[in-house]
Design a protein around this ligand. Structure first.
Ligand SMILES: [Zn+2]
Length: 401
């Protein structure tokens, strides 16, 4: 079906405002009613229903993670912010130092953040038998955390692990964080200070500065006594112990300094976050799994994403080409969305598709409540704490690319 590799590239066009359909879905109760019809309608010809959910950054906003697109699809918060590209990360030791310095400061906040009511509502939709699989573009691991029994394909990978670009071994990010702290004591001290001062709890540069976190116009922190040009990061332990073969023949070189930090004389053993960076192709196995899941789906529910990344948009487009009903809930426009709904009648009940504009953390729990009330499965409702914790949102944005 889709033969080309999926490359992750940012899409910077401004997206048109959505047309809500059915028109009655412009209130919370109207949107809930349309999505209830959409999810509960039987598939034509008695085919068993299999609903696939595709999610994006909008779903994680209520967990305190910034969506780096504003509602009209433009980049916001830090105007000068530019995500790192895969080729740059691979080729440039200096770019990696900068990436890991930023990531070191951002990790603590991401680690503290939790799935929100939107994620738990998806879990409950799974338990009600109305959602069967999830494909997410998010790299925050909230889906597998919130609903381990409902299968999730993480299209763009995950920040919880690192992967070696030479031997493809995966390592936990937690331990790597400890290594970074050990290799960069001035940064570790600084991280403690700004965590204590609350500087990471705000996105406002003025407020951050007041709380002791000075950044340059690019949003980088540069410590006077330890500029990020001196930031150190470890080598892949497996490649260090057994250097892999080099493409030119013979063995690659993996060298570290006396503390175990990767040296620029090395030709292998570079660790990268286990995410698909911009300009990088999605892992072949992940792409195939995503395509297969889509092939088996009879309905597509798209949540909290503008489908700005080509990979996600292609999946949705293919669902449309297959003629399966599609519903979208997103604040702001969605790439090429006219195409998804152009064949719907002006007045309809949502069975064949819907477009609503609501935040998922409000919409999805209301939908679950409504569905539970109308089925016999509401005798054991689950209660979760969905405290919204916001911290370091713009740091996340930098880390999540
Ligand atoms: Zn390795």
């Amino acid at each position: 079906m889709l033969r080309k590799p999926y490359m992750r590239i940012p899409y910077t066009d401004v997206l048109a405002a959505p047309t809500i359909t059915p028109s009655s879905a412009n209130t919370l109760s109207g949107a809930v009613a349309a999505l209830r019809e959409f999810l509960t309608a039987p598939s034509p010809n008695g085919i068993p229903t299999s609903t696939l959910v595709i999610t994006g950054a909008g779903l994680s906003v209520a967990s305190g993670l910034a969506d780096y697109r504003g509602t009209n699809g433009t980049y916001r918060v830090n105007k000068s912010y530019r995500p790192i590209y895969y080729s740059e990360f691979l080729q440039n030791h200096e770019a990696r130092k900068r990436y890991w310095a930023r990531s070191f400061l951002g990790w603590t906040s991401l680690h503290k953040a939790k799935p929100n009511s939107g994620h738990f509502a998806i879990k409950q939709l799974g338990e009600l038998g109305l959602v069967h699989s999830v494909i997410t573009q998010n790299v925050d691991s909230f889906h597998p955390k919130a609903h381990p029994s409902l299968p999730t394909i993480e299209l763009h990978g995950y920040l919880r692990s690192l992967v070696c670009v030479s031997c493809h071994e995966e390592l936990p990010r937690d331990e790597f964080q400890e290594d970074l702290a050990r290799l960069n004591p001035a940064w570790a001290e600084f991280l403690q200070e700004i965590t204590a001062s609350g500087a990471l709890d705000t996105e406002n540069p003025e407020e951050r500065r007041r709380r002791g976190m000075r950044t340059n116009p690019d949003g980088d922190v540069d410590l006077p006594d330890a500029p990020y040009t001196t930031f150190r990061y470890p080598a892949c332990p497996r490649c260090l112990a057994h250097p892999p073969s080099s493409p030119e023949g013979g063995r690659a070189t993996v060298e570290v300094d006396s503390d175990g930090a990767w040296r620029a004389s090395s030709t292998a053993g570079i660790l990268k976050p286990a995410v698909t960076m911009f300009g990088e192709n999605i892992r072949k196995r992940t792409k195939m799994k995503a395509e297969q899941t889509l092939e088996e789906a009879t309905k597509l529910l798209i949540l909290g994403t503008s489908l700005a990344t080509y990979s996600a948009w292609r999946l949705a487009k293919h669902g449309k080409d297959r003629g399966i009903p599609i519903a979208i809930a997103n604040l702001g426009g969605v790439r090429g969305e006219d195409l998804f709904f152009k064949d719907l009648e002006p007045i309809h009940d949502g069975t064949r598709g819907a477009r609503v504009e609501m935040s998922t953390d409000e919409l999805l729990p209301a939908l679950v409540k409504q569905l539970q009330a109308s089925t016999s499965m509401h005798n054991a409702p689950e209660h979760h704490s969905h405290e919204v914790e916001k911290h370091g949102a713009s740091v996340f944005k930098d880390m999540m690319s």
